[in-house]
Write a protein that binds this ligand. Structure first.
Ligand SMILES: Nc1ncnc2c1ncn2[C@@H]1O[C@H](COP(=O)(O)OP(=O)(O)OP(=O)(O)O)[C@@H](O)[C@H]1O
Ligand SMILES: [Mg+2]
Length: 469
């Protein structure tokens, strides 16, 4: 079994990994770490919960384990993330992995928090900064950040940052960093706009794409149709009663509904709390901490919690509302089943939302198993009628990637091989939305491959996913 020490990491780091109980590197770590250590730029995509954070942090910390001869006090490593909670989590991970490197100084620069503390951190030498683009830009405008020592730039959840409209900020930030830097880009997807950004930011990057299991892997998925909102609430109630969950995340479409549902669950006696982007940051932090400590059992959240958040004790995800974009489905359900654990994801859909479900299934390239709860079956017919069809034909999608993940420990071992996921070189009509909403036009050259089935994404309605809602 491959060991962390064989990846070329310094002992000060492998000792810390022993301490946290990481015995063997995950597949994405085994591939990314040696490549990053030799200085290559990387473009990486891999399944949720598969250990991407350490894939960039460990080589970054390996750099920091050696002194720099460059003068100045600016950061040597910069990590950009789309959300504040994710930035904070990554800073914590870095501190854990660098437990033996007492000299290391980190700063987390995120919005919604006072400048004072952040400014003070920047007035001293800092080795690693984790930031959301907006707040980092604020500090840059004040002239507080000197990037002349910067050795490595990491973009985590790069596709999400683009979706959130951070492109100009990212470009400005990158322009302020030295050309000589190493760049690592992690993203759910590497085509479309992310591909373009990657070409701008990286030099001869190595592309690392780790197979995703076709079946959903260690996350068991269910789909349930509901007549209306009231019906959904009864289903949620029944799910929470019967599922034997430890901790759950319930995703809803709007900020208001996170509050309403969290209130209802609290009234029913659950330790529930909501999380959304309009809450004061101190409250957001407290809520997530309470979830991590087990004081909150049910988090009702918008997609602000869909990316990257790692609370390994979450056993269940419920999509109370369908995600707006098909790829968000994958990120939402990925809040459970982390690090090789099992998880359950239950998606509720209105009987009128059949076509939205189909879009998600097309993205996943598999169908979701429909289930019912006795006595709570939908009474309305699922509206399967023909959707508006004006799009082009199907774009196949291509190659299967052979070897799957594999934590090496038994629980993850079933992930071992053959779980290919058809790369999306073919039908990227789904990105049409980001390119002006025309996903239906001639994308998706067919690349053949075992799953090139002509389905194509998002093109049945000629629009691609997402923006129709
Ligand atoms: N080598 C390892 N051995 C055991 N556990 C690990 C290992 N690497 C990472 N983990 C654990 O796996 C969990 C998921 O890691 P991480 O958050 O980095 O996943 P990710 O791939 O970034 O997921 P997402 O796509 O959701 O952001 C964390 O709890 C982390 O501590
Ligand atoms: Mg992550």
């Amino acid at each position: 079994m491959l060991q962390f020490s064989e990846l070329g990491l310094p002992a000060v780091i492998t000792r810390a990994l022993d301490e946290v109980g990481y015995t063997t590197p995950t597949e994405v770590q085994a591939q990314s770490i040696p490549a990053a250590l030799k200085g290559a730029d990387l473009l990486v995509s891999a399944q949720t919960g598969s250990g991407k954070t350490a894939s960039f942090l460990l080589p970054a910390l390996a750099k920091l384990s050696e002194r720099t001869d460059k003068p100045g006090k600016g950061p040597r490593i910069l990590v950009l993330t789309p959300t504040r909670e994710l930035a904070q989590q990554i800073e914590k991970n870095a501190q854990t992995y660098a437990a033996g490197m007492r000299w290391m100084r980190t700063a987390c620069l995120v919005g919604g928090q006072p400048f004072g503390f952040q400014t003070r951190a920047l007035s001293r030498p800092v080795d690693l900064i984790v930031a959301t683009p907006g707040r980092l830009m604020d500090h840059m405008r004040q002239g507080r950040i000197d990037f002349s020592r910067l050795e490595m730039l990491v973009l985590d959840e790069a596709d999400r940052m683009l979706d959130m409209g951070f492109i100009e900020d990212i470009e400005t930030i990158v322009a302020a960093t030295p050309e000589s830097r190493q760049t690592l880009l992690f993203s759910a997807t590497l085509d479309g706009n992310v591909g373009r950004l990657a070409r701008e930011l990286t030099r001869n990057p190595e592309r690392i794409e780790i197979a995703r299991q076709e079946s959903g892997g260690n996350i068991t998925e269910h789909l349930m149709y509901a007549d209306d909102m009231r019906h959904k609430e009864r289903l949620l109630d029944a799910i929470l009663k019967d599922s034997g969950f430890d901790q759950a995340v319930v995703f809803t479409a709007t900020k208001v509904s996170t509050e309403e549902i969290a209130d209802k669950l609290s009234d029913m006696g659950y330790a529930a709390a909501c999380l959304h982007g309009d809450m004061p940051q101190s409250w957001r932090n407290r809520t997530l901490n309470d979830l991590r400590r087990g004081r909150v059992r049910i988090l009702v959240a918008t997609d602000v919690a869909a990316r990257g958040i790692d609370v390994p004790t979450i056993t269940h995800v419920v999509n109370f509302d369908l995600p707006k974009q098909a790829e968000d489905y994958v990120h939402r359900i990925g809040r459970t089943g982390r690090a090789g654990r099992d998880g359950t994801a239950i998606t509720l859909a209105d009987t009128r939302e059949y076509h939205k479900v189909r879009r998600i299934e097309q993205y996943l390239k598999r169908t979701l198993t429909e289930g019912v709860i006795e006595g709570l079956e939908p009474t309305r017919r699922i509206q399967k009628g023909a959707p508006r069809r004006n799009g082009g034909g199907g774009g196949g999608n291509g190659r299967r990637y052979g070897s799957g993940g594999g934590y090496g420990n038994k629980s993850y071992g079933n992930n071992g091989n053959g779980g290919g996921y058809g790369r999306r070189d073919g039908g990227n009509g789904s990105y049409g939305r980001r390119e002006g909403g025309n996903g239906g036009d001639g994308y998706g050259r067919r690349e053949g491959g075992p799953r090139g089935n002509g389905g194509g994404y998002g093109r049945r309605d000629g629009q691609g996913y997402g923006n129709r809602d």
